[in-house]
Design a protein around this ligand. Structure first.
Ligand code: CUA
Length: 339
């Protein structure tokens, strides 16, 4: 007769590795980490998080210490013959555990109220930049009031300046969030919300729609390009110039196709193409991605997008135009002139 080992708890190595990877995955200071602030708003919000965490850690330690002490000190002994003294309905205890949580909540709310007031009002004064943000399913429109500049999915801001974002929606509720700079605030149809951010260092900061807004929600990304005030002003001036210069036969064929198939939805500044449904494509090639962060903005990426937008970005509102390979080639040649 064979003897079987009793089935016991067996540690599965793949399980341990998976759990460890998931756990440690949260430790990295990634591109969208609130633990790696790059501006005063994100820094203030992180300070608030640490202050609350410190208070809660003290509470946890006190409660755990009392709990462990009680387990040891008041455990049942062999000599015990009756139940210990019952405390149900003790007025003193009821008052104590009502008042202590009230004090904790008041203390916790002090830093919340302090930072809420400090970050609430939109900054005023010279040097403050205004940007209008309009959320669309599933992309971001950025307008610079007073300049005529409109762009999509990448917002340029000057380093070291306070930027007032006014937030509106063209359709459903979205949420504007750049974790390393601060946030987040909802974009609600029919009203204008405000949020201000500032980047302390030049760089690219990654943002994401943080409110489930439909099938393409996860693909509703954007970048904030923080650059020196001089570079920012230069970019604004560049964006105000006409950008269309189709010279080669392929580019001219692409321009004709654009007029026929694309111009009802897309605007290119300085041309009769003034469609307002999709992203403004003025100086398109200055953006790092297309499809709101879905594909790299290269000839191959543009071709892939034009072939069938919703195949690369589920939920994309742009239809498959049924373009042939040679039409796609011409359109890409034209789009690449938008610099
Ligand atoms: Cu827009 Cu989620």
């Amino acid at each position: 007769m064979t003897r079987h080992r009793r089935p016991g708890f067996k540690v599965s190595l793949p399980l341990v590795v998976t759990l460890a990877a998931l756990l440690l995955g949260g430790c990295g200071l990634g591109k969208q980490s609130t633990l790696s602030p790059a501006g005063p708003v994100a820094q203030a919000q992180l300070s608030m998080l640490y202050e609350s965490l410190a208070i809660m850690a003290v509470i946890f330690i006190v409660v755990a210490a009392v709990f462990v002490y009680s387990l040891i000190r008041f455990r049942a002994r062999k000599t015990d013959t009756e139940l210990p003294k019952q405390v149900h309905g003790s007025t003193a205890l009821e008052i104590a555990w009502t008042i202590i949580p009230i004090i904790i909540i008041v203390v916790l709310s002090i830093s919340t109220v302090h930072y809420a007031f400090a970050l609430e009002s939109p900054p005023q004064g010279p040097g403050t930049v205004q940007v209008q943000v309009i959320g669309h399913q599933f992309w971001w429109e950025f307008r610079y009031p007073g300049t005529g500049v409109v762009t999509a999915n990448q917002v340029h801001i000057p380093v070291g300046k306070k930027v007032n974002f006014s937030l509106q929606s063209a359709d459903v509720v979205h949420s504007f969030w750049v974790p390393r700079l601060g946030g987040k605030t909802d974009l609600i149809p029919g009203r204008t919300n405000t949020l201000w951010l500032e980047a302390s260092k030049p760089g690219v900061y990654y943002g994401q729609c943080a409110q489930l807004c439909g099938a393409g929600h996860a693909y509703m990304k954007f970048t904030v390009l923080a650059e020196s005030p001089a570079a920012y002003r230069q970019w604004l001036r560049h964006m105000q110039h006409d950008t269309v210069s189709a010279t080669t036969p392929a580019q001219q064929a692409g321009l004709a196709l654009f007029k026929q198939d694309c111009a009802t939805c897309h605007t290119i500044q300085g041309t009769p193409f003034q469609g307002k449904v999709g992203p403004n494509l003025t100086a398109l090639m200055g953006r790092p991605t297309i499809g709101a962060g879905t594909l790299p903005n290269t000839a191959a990426g543009l071709a892939q997008w034009l072939h069938d937008p919703s195949a690369v970005k589920p939920g994309a509102k742009m239809p498959d135009l049924g373009l042939s390979e040679s039409q796609i080639h011409s359109l890409v040649a034209f789009l690449e002139t938008l610099k």
